[in-house]
Design a protein. Structure first.
Ligand code: DP6
Length: 349
């Protein structure tokens, strides 16, 4: 037990001087979904998941460490100006700052300035990129360089489990882990090995009605959940194989099946959760029509109504054009697989 703790104990290096850093981390789209947890607070999952880290949908977070104060200040960049974050948003950030303080031994306060380049809480995993960027910026402001494993583990402990995968670029697996300390993400395939695109059909850009947290809590209440866990090992292996061989058809068929199953579980939870909107089905239909016309494109959805359509770069213009033409679609975001997060330390402000 003592040995397991050693890894994290090495980052307990306080006291720390004043410092600042900015980190930029991208959202990710899950090919195999994290749905259901054995520890919801620390996001220890019931099943392994696999995702593709994006490039353009990202969060940028600046952390300034102030050893002389214990007060945190949480700000959001909105419309180009810095604004005090709403209490619900700030609360989750401060709670993660407390976790990071406890682990690093830092006792001061942080000023956090955070910016998302895409709609907040619209099933686009803004918490994943947000908490990955926050974790890396805070460590940077303390002068700490986290190894990849620790970065993922700490991001996961924010409670936004998918943040564990946003600490890496490319195609990423986050295993279930035998113990809490073994549940951190690792690289399956670098972004440069297979430049897939993600065309996101925006169907809804507001706050979703039921949080992922609540979805995880209700998931085991679906009568289909146990069966899902039985089916997953084979599906995970199919995704790993498709990534190794860059086989879009094999990947696409599995990720569509997986996405439908996530929503089947949500809709059959108690009480049920309906993330889809009629427009979600209209987009799924458009994707099937694209395929019938010879365009290899496959859909997946996280816990929201928006549809992510995965395709190769030569088909991206046709996919974007077709999805834009769906009357119920409010717009498309054209994204692709992206690189690792970036952290830059600044001179002390
Ligand atoms: C359906 O608990 O990581 O997207 O905190 O809202 O980012 P947020 O969600 P989290 O659950 C993610 C659920 C999912 C599937 C996935 O990303 O694996």
């Amino acid at each position: 037990m003592a040995e397991r703790r050693t890894e994290l104990e090495t980052i307990h290096q306080g006291p720390f001087a004043a410092g600042a850093a900015t980190a930029s981390a991208a959202a990710n789209i899950a090919f195999i979904k994290y749905w259901g947890a054995r520890d919801l607070g620390a996001a220890v999952p019931n099943n392994p998941s696999i995702s593709m880290t994006l490039d353009r949908c990202r969060s940028r977070c600046r952390a300034i460490y102030r050893p002389q104060t214990s007060r945190d200040e949480i700000l959001l960049v909105q419309g180009g100006t810095l604004q005090t974050a709403p209490a619900s948003f700030a609360g989750r950030i401060v709670s993660h700052l407390d976790t990071l303080r406890a682990l690093t031994g830092a006792s001061g306060g942080f000023r956090i300035e955070t910016l998302n380049t895409f709609p907040h809480a619209a099933g686009l995993a803004s918490s994943a990129s947000g908490f990955a960027a926050l974790t890396l910026a805070v460590a940077g402001s303390l002068g700490l360089t986290l190894d990849q494993k620790t970065a993922s583990l700490l991001a996961r402990r924010s409670g936004s489990g998918s943040a564990a995968r946003s600490t890496l670029g490319g195609y990423v697996e986050w295993p279930r882990g035998e113990s809490e300390e073994e549940s951190y993400a690792f690289l399956l395939l670098p972004a440069t090995d297979w430049p897939l695109c993600d065309v996101i059909a925006l169907v809804e850009t507001g706050e979703k009605e039921v949080s992922s947290l609540e979805g995880h809590r209700r998931a085991p209440l679906s009568p289909h959940y146990r069966r899902r866990l039985e089916l997953l090992p084979e599906r995970l292996e199919a995704v790993r194989r498709a990534l190794r061989t860059c086989d879009l058809r094999a990947l696409g068929e599995v990720i569509e099946e997986e996405a439908i199953e996530l929503h089947l579980i949500a809709m059959s939870s108690r009480p049920p959760i309906f993330y889809w909107r009629p427009a979600t089905l209209a987009v799924l239909q458009a994707v099937r029509e694209l395929r019938a016309a010879g365009v290899a494109a496959y859909a997946t959805m996280d816990a929201g109504a928006n549809v992510h359509v995965i395709c190769e770069p030569h088909n991206e213009p046709a996919v974007s054009e077709r999805l834009t033409a769906v009357p119920e679609v409010g717009g498309v975001l054209r994204d692709r697989v992206g690189p690792d997060p970036v952290v830059a330390r600044e001179a002390v402000p």
